[in-house]
Design a protein around this ligand. Structure first.
Ligand SMILES: NC(=O)c1ccc[n+]([C@@H]2O[C@H](COP(=O)([O-])OP(=O)(O)OC[C@H]3O[C@@H](n4cnc5c(N)ncnc54)[C@H](OP(=O)(O)O)[C@@H]3O)[C@@H](O)[C@H]2O)c1
Length: 287
């Protein structure tokens, strides 16, 4: 039996869809009873637990062989995932598949990479055979981050300089996760997942210009201005700082590499940025 955490989020929803389509035996750990009811209504088994509450995790993990581990990008990610890893160890979970991030490293200066690296290290120390799935940036970040600005005729503002990112479609990340969860032989592996091509923010603006038939500009901003802007749209200080440190990694070229892991693991080439932008063009179009 597989237990899926994060099943009501962006990646987890797609993992659930993939596992369901493959006829896999799985259930979802859900903290919100209303969301659990929706899943149950769609024929998906659930168990209620909260990754912030270790006591709730013990019964949720009983009888589980394989754990899909995902927590939201927040200051609580490390603690929530560590709680779940400890409960998994106690429950005798035999295999773990974790959504991490490219270049996860517990010594990284970038917050997301450091926190994921620390959790990966804890999983290794716990001795649970694991697969670490390390994607680059999700294409699905782009419409929520920049759709409103572009629709209103503003440039795409970001502290990205001329950094290139090999954007990945999170549906491809979920397809890899489902493959790894349902096949043997992926233990003790790290899969860095990238799109097929790396694009700068100026490239994204040019692609949007072509698709929308009007000029879309990219405007580089300082880290300080970006941090203030993230705070302005509701990010807490931890998240605002984490996002700025992510852009610093982009500028160091850490997200530009391209590899063939998605095609090798799923048999399908990675979805393209052009296809994502076409599919979501309405989010960028004038209203
Ligand atoms: N965005 C990127 O570009 C990118 C790139 C590489 C890696 N990643 C990694 O991918 C992950 C984010 O995936 P995502 O976008 O799918 O996240 P998401 O949409 O924020 O989903 C988070 C999930 O975690 C659940 N959750 C939150 N707190 C919980 C708790 N206390 N107990 C139990 N469940 C809880 C949420 O449930 P509710 O529905 O109840 O809130 C939801 O199902 C992060 O680890 C991030 O670092 C992201």
């Amino acid at each position: 039996m597989i237990l899926v955490t994060g099943s009501t989020g962006n990646v987890g929803r797609e993992v659930v869809r993939e596992l369901h389509a493959r006829g896999a035996q799985f259930k979802c750990l859900v903290r919100n009873p209303d969301k659990a009811a929706v899943l149950e209504g769609a024929g998906v088994a659930t168990v209620t637990a909260d990754m912030d509450d270790p006591a709730s995790l013990e019964p949720a993990l009983a009888g589980i062989e394989t754990l899909f581990l995902l927590a939201a990008p927040s200051s609580r990610l490390m603690l929530q995932e560590l709680n779940t890893v400890l409960a998994a160890k106690r429950a005798g979970v035999r295999r773990l598949v974790k959504i991490s991030v490219i270049l996860a490293d517990r010594a990284s200066a970038a917050t997301f990479m450091r926190d994921h690296g620390r959790v990966e290290h804890a999983i290794e120390s716990a001795g649970i055979p694991a697969t670490f799935i390390r994607p680059t940036g999700f294409m699905q970040n782009l419409a929520p981050s920049f759709g409103g600005a572009v629709a209103n005729g503003y440039p795409i503002y970001a502290p990205a300089g001329d950094a290139r990112v090999s954007w990945v479609d999170l549906r491809d990340v979920a397809a890899v996760a489902a493959t790894v969860l349902t096949q043997d032989g992926h233990e003790q592996r790290v899969y860095e997942l990238t799109g097929g091509e790396a694009f700068s923010y100026a490239d994204i603006a040019a692609l949007l210009s072509g698709l929308l038939g009007r000029k879309v500009e990219y405007g580089n901003v300082t880290d300080a201005a970006a941090e203030q802007a993230f705070r302005g749209v509701g990010a807490d200080p931890w998240l605002a700082h984490a996002l700025v440190s992510l852009y610093q990694s982009y500028r160091q070229g850490h997200f530009a590499a391209v590899n063939g892991n998605i095609e090798r693991l799923t048999g399908q080439p990675p979805r393209t940025l052009d296809a994502y932008l076409r599919e979501n063009l309405q989010a960028f179009a004038a209203r």
